[in-house]
Design a protein around this ligand. Structure first.
Ligand code: SF4
Length: 382
């Protein structure tokens, strides 16, 4: 790794140009502490106090510059492919944009449309109003349901209040809802493998509240008490870690050998593909950075996937979250982004790392995606 060239200078002497020349192409940081001013000239007694303050400032800057010095250097950046927006997120954002276009602000959205601070802030700037509950939406207004889906109780409440609802639920979440209804109607106890408190889980559980139970871990399976052990089915939250969810499903099949599985995988293509791609970059990297917000389930799973591959990994909302200490001695960084993180954030992360030394950027593409979901009729062009 290249070393940084740090110059610390007191007084007013110009040092930038000679320091840069001496650095021989390495990143240079210059610190200039000014001890004399027109009101406090160099030869006045006050200059002595100014000089001492300047010295203290330089001492305080020292540790910061050492961290920076350890973090700079030439690096390889490996971009995981696929990464960033999936078809369900693209569709949900487009739905809010179309409603804003058609009827103008404000447009109410129940919960965050997708779990990403940048997406939410951008839509807020354009007139979207995010609310936690329908009670915050004025009677008769238009409300968009988020990509994570809602329970039938929320739909009924919207209808009762005369709200014009536009549903941005991802079709792959709707598929899990339909499976829950089908299994419950056939008399099965439906075990939903997922994380408590996640909006998608709340929506899916609401499809058949009397017939569903949440299982988060293999240990939870031991606590299940179905009326008929021959009539147990299981479903999954769409954004789980594939291997962890399979462990819980295995425990269910072991305890209930006749357990019915979903007709096709519930963990969606975008989650599966991004986990596979992050594993590919983790295999070559010393550090993995995942763009995504703290409440994004699929982004958190990408961090865990990289960590399970034995590589330190961090979730960052943007370049400002990168800590210099993570980069010391690291020459290859894998970069991915959760399905709700805008592609532009990855560009910003690359630019920030390029500010710490020359970067060689390449992609590791494990598969390509061409899935596109059509818009709901309320916002389709005539
Ligand atoms: S992560 Fe999967 S389930 Fe969620 S919005 Fe994207 S495609 Fe749909």
């Amino acid at each position: 790794m290249e070393e940084a060239f740090v110059v610390a200078a007191a007084g007013t002497a110009a040092v930038a140009a000679p320091a840069a020349a001496a650095a021989g192409g390495r990143p240079v940081a210059g610190v200039r502490a000014v001890s004399d001013t027109p009101r406090r000239p160099l030869r006045s007694p006050a200059a002595l106090a100014g000089g001492l303050r300047a010295l203290r400032s330089l001492r305080a800057a020292g540790p910061v510059l050492s961290r920076w010095g350890a973090a700079v250097g030439r690096r390889r950046l490996l971009l995981a492919g696929p990464r960033s927006f999936c078809a369900g997120v693209d569709r949900a954002i487009e739905i809010v944009e179309k409603v804003l276009e058609r009827q103008g602000p404000p447009v109410y959205v129940r919960k965050q449309i997708v779990h990403n601070t940048h997406v939410v802030a951008d839509l807020e700037r354009r007139g979207a109003v995010f609310v936690d509950e329908l009670s915050e939406v004025p009677d008769g207004a238009c409300v968009v349901f988020s990509a994570h889906g809602v329970s039938p109780a929320v739909r009924q409440e919207a209808a009762r209040r005369g709200l014009a609802a536009v549903d941005a639920t991802c079709p792959l979440v709707s598929k899990v809802h339909a499976e829950a209804r089908r299994f419950a109607a056939e008399g099965y106890l439906v075990a939903l493998i997922g994380h408590a408190g996640h909006e998608e889980v709340e929506g899916t559980m609401g499809e058949a509240p009397g017939a569903m139970v949440l299982v988060e871990t293999a240990d939870d399976v031991a606590g299940l008490r179905p009326r008929d052990p021959g009539k147990v089915a299981y479903l999954m939250q769409t954004t789980l870690a594939v291997d962890e969810a399979e462990e819980v499903a295995g425990a269910l099949r072991e305890r209930f050998p006749a357990a019915r599985a979903p007709g096709s995988d519930d963990i969606c293509y975008a989650t599966t593909n991004r986990q596979q791609a992050v594993r590919a970059v983790a295999a070559e990297a010393e550090l993995v950075l995942v763009a995504g917000s703290a409440n994004s389930s699929n982004s958190l799973r990408l961090v865990e996937t990289a960590e399970r591959a034995g590589v330190p990994a961090h979730l960052i909302d943007g370049p400002a979250d990168i800590q210099l200490g993570w980069l010391a001695g690291v020459s290859t960084i894998g970069i991915s982004a959760g399905a709700s993180a805008p592609p532009a954030v990855v560009g910003q992360i690359v630019a920030a790392l390029a500010g710490l030394g020359p970067v060689d950027v390449s992609e590791r593409v494990t598969t390509t995606e061409s899935i596109h979901f059509s818009l709901p009729k309320e916002v389709r062009s005539p």
